[in-house]
Ligand binder design. Structure first.
Ligand SMILES: Cc1ncc(C[n+]2csc(CCOP(=O)(O)OP(=O)(O)O)c2C)c(N)n1
Ligand code: SF4
Length: 323
């Protein structure tokens, strides 16, 4: 049995009846109305509780929680540069380890967390993240993926999906919007031999919280990729974030799965998938796409999903959250 499976063998998860009441991220922050990213952050932090140190890359979740002299954080939290959250959390984790060993502190169970948006993770912080995963620090990295650099005004990242409009991938006579395919960050984390990797989204809060909790129990690096709808950048209604996250899963655009010691588990099998067009429709970032474009994206989505399912040896038998 691998180290992650061993650590999780007696795992008893959250359910709707035993939700923690703790709120490490307080309400009253300055996110846009309907922000799916801060909803995901709240769920993740509720799962982790208060014995944590959090390193935040620059981005929306940093800006909206820390307008000086205020803060929404009720736990130790460090804002670091855009590109080095994983490097800083490595140092913090190492410092705690050394101080525990020398009996300077008694804090063996503190959980170390770094997070960033998709720009901070897939592009500018990739080198720091790769190094931290490879060195095997005991930390969780959470990527809140809203599929563009939102904080600075919706620029494309390498996690922006094919065809999406951003300010730096504008559609026009010669362009269909984003011309490249979304970078597969969970696969990159798996390729590092990371003991625990998972995808999650805030439309399935119990699943998200259990994955974050599991990540905290694994003695080594863990990577969680969290789909985070952004009504401001996706140009959809502020009341539609949770629905967008749910539709992303139901249309196979964003499958929910875990990889424990390299073994793939599908968290939720999409038996009756919704068309990608239904997921695209409320989002004006996809409005310029033709029917043929959407069909092409549908075919690729189906193929990618089938490729993932073929890798999943076991289906997780968990009580399903209501869709
Ligand atoms: C080295 C560096 N380059 C650029 C910036 C400007 N900057 C700050 S936040 C940000 C965008 C963050 O995007 P992302 O990581 O996707 O997070 P989001 O805001 O979408 O949650 C940029 C470009 C910076 N702070 N530092
Ligand atoms: S721009 Fe998007 S991700 Fe950033 S706070 Fe607003 S809704 Fe949230």
């Amino acid at each position: 049995m691998g180290i992650a499976a061993e650590a999780l063998k007696n795992f008893k998860g959250f359910n709707l009846k035993n939700m923690p009441e703790v709120e490490p991220v307080s309400p009253g922050h300055r996110a846009c109305q309907g922000c799916g990213e801060v909803l995901a952050l709240r769920q993740a932090m509720k799962a982790l509780g208060t014995n944590v140190v959090v390193c935040s890359a620059t981005g929306c979740m940093e800006i909206i929680t820390s307008p000086f002299p205020q803060t929404a954080w009720r736990v130790p939290w460090i804002h670091v540069a855009f590109e080095n959250a994983a490097a800083v959390v490595s140092g913090v984790e190492s410092a705690y380890k050394a101080m525990n060993r020398k009996n300077i502190i008694k804090s063996p169970d503190t959980v170390f967390v770094a997070y960033g948006g998709d720009g901070a993770t897939a592009d500018i912080g990739m080198q720091a993240l790769s190094g931290a995963l490879e060195r095997g620090h005991n930390f969780i990295y959470m990527c809140f993926d809203n599929e563009a650099y939102m904080n600075t005004g919706v620029q494309r990242s390498s996690s922006t999906p094919f065809g999406a409009q951003t300010t730096t991938s504008p559609p026009g006579k010669k362009s269909k919007g984003q011309s490249t395919q979304k970078k597969n960050l969970p696969e990159i984390a798996v390729a590092h031999g990371t003991p625990y990797v998972a995808t999650a989204c805030p439309a399935f809060p119990v699943d998200l919280m259990n994955k974050v909790k599991k990540a905290s129990l694994v003695p080594g690096p863990a990577y969680i990729h969290i789909y985070s709808p952004c009504p401001t950048g996706w140009r959809c209604g502020i009341e539609e974030s949770v629905e967008m996250a749910r539709l992303a899963v139901q249309s196979k655009v964003f499958p929910l799965y875990e990889v424990i010691d390299g073994v793939y588990y599908l968290s939720r099998k999409v038996a009756k998938p919704k068309p990608v067009a239904e997921y695209f429709k409320p989002q004006r970032r996809f409005r310029h796409l033709t029917e043929a474009d959407v069909q092409q994206i549908q075919a690729r989505t189906d193929a990618e999903y089938d490729r993932l399912v073929a890798k999943c040896v076991v289906e997780v038998k968990e009580k399903k959250e209501k869709e």
